[in-house]
Write a protein that binds this ligand. Structure first.
Ligand code: ZN
Ligand code: FE
Length: 256
């Protein structure tokens, strides 16, 4: 595999992903929440950080930027739409941009909704999607700065990627997301099976991230707002998927 991915847990439930392209030895940290555990993970492997990839401006994603840049001289890459809020940014990218880590090329998607300027990196050859707080396993990000229509469009861009794409999101929210997903979509047998697997993984203390996008397409209600059966179950028969999505997102915000 030309691409190594290391999971670095930070704070309560953040995951920083360290990616190494083996031919060039280039190393990127995706959304380095906290410099210390990221620095330790790099030192342990004797890897030199060449890049930081930021998906959005939240402190639990950019908190390590300046310290890691000072320590390594790395280049910071982030969303053009939110350039002013990304500490130390050097390279600003927007929808459709191509960005390479050695031999591995990523396509950048603008995916606003959680924040105004949020991007995702899709490394097609490596089958890896780094989507920050836009798509979570069995969930999606809260709408802090965007509208349901924006987020539905953003999720649609990610849903269009191949089923074998691994979704590397930035938080371990899967088990609590599964509780809402089962409530929202109680007749989905694939979801019920997956939810039981997730409970078992968490009971063993295992991370649930990453997971294949194909599984998300079948079980994540926020990717299925245009499924007629799901719309009908929520009393939204024949309505616009954006209305169904907005209803689901709002219900999740109030779900305990
Ligand atoms: Zn966030
Ligand atoms: Fe976050």
């Amino acid at each position: 595999m030309p691409f190594d991915v290391v999971r670095v847990p930070c704070f309560n439930d953040n995951y920083v992903w360290i990616v190494r392209e083996t031919a060039s030895g280039m190393v990127a940290a995706v959304d380095p929440a906290d410099p210390a555990p990221v620095g330790a993970a790099l030192a342990q492997r004797d890897w030199r950080l060449t890049h930081i990839l930021n998906t959005h401006h939240h402190a639990d994603h950019v908190g390590g930027n300046l310290a890691l840049k000072a320590a390594t001289g790395c280049t910071i890459v982030g969303p053009r739409a939110d350039e002013a809020r990304i500490p130390g940014i050097d390279v600003a990218l927007a929808d459709g941009a191509r960005w390479s880590l050695g031999a591995e090329e990523a396509v950048v998607f603008d995916v606003p909704g959680h924040t105004r300027g949020h991007i995702a990196f899709w490394f097609g050859g490596a089958r890896a999607l780094f989507c920050g707080d836009t798509l979570f396993l069995l969930g999606c990000g809260r709408l802090f700065e965007g509208t349901p229509a924006q987020m539905w469009t953003s999720l649609g861009k990610l849903r269009a990627l191949p089923d074998d794409t691994l979704v590397y999101c930035a938080h371990e929210y899967t088990q609590s997301n599964a509780r809402f997903a089962r409530h929202a979509d109680p007749d989905n047998a694939a979801l019920a099976r997956r939810s039981a697997e997730i409970d078992a993984m968490r009971a063993r203390g295992e991370a649930t991230v990453p997971a294949p996008l194909g599984l998300e397409k079948a079980t994540n209600p926020f990717l299925r707002a245009d499924d007629p059966a799901l719309a009908r179950a929520h009393g939204f028969d024949g309505r616009d998927p954006v209305a169904v999505f907005a209803h689901l997102r709002k219900a999740k915000d109030g779900f305990r």
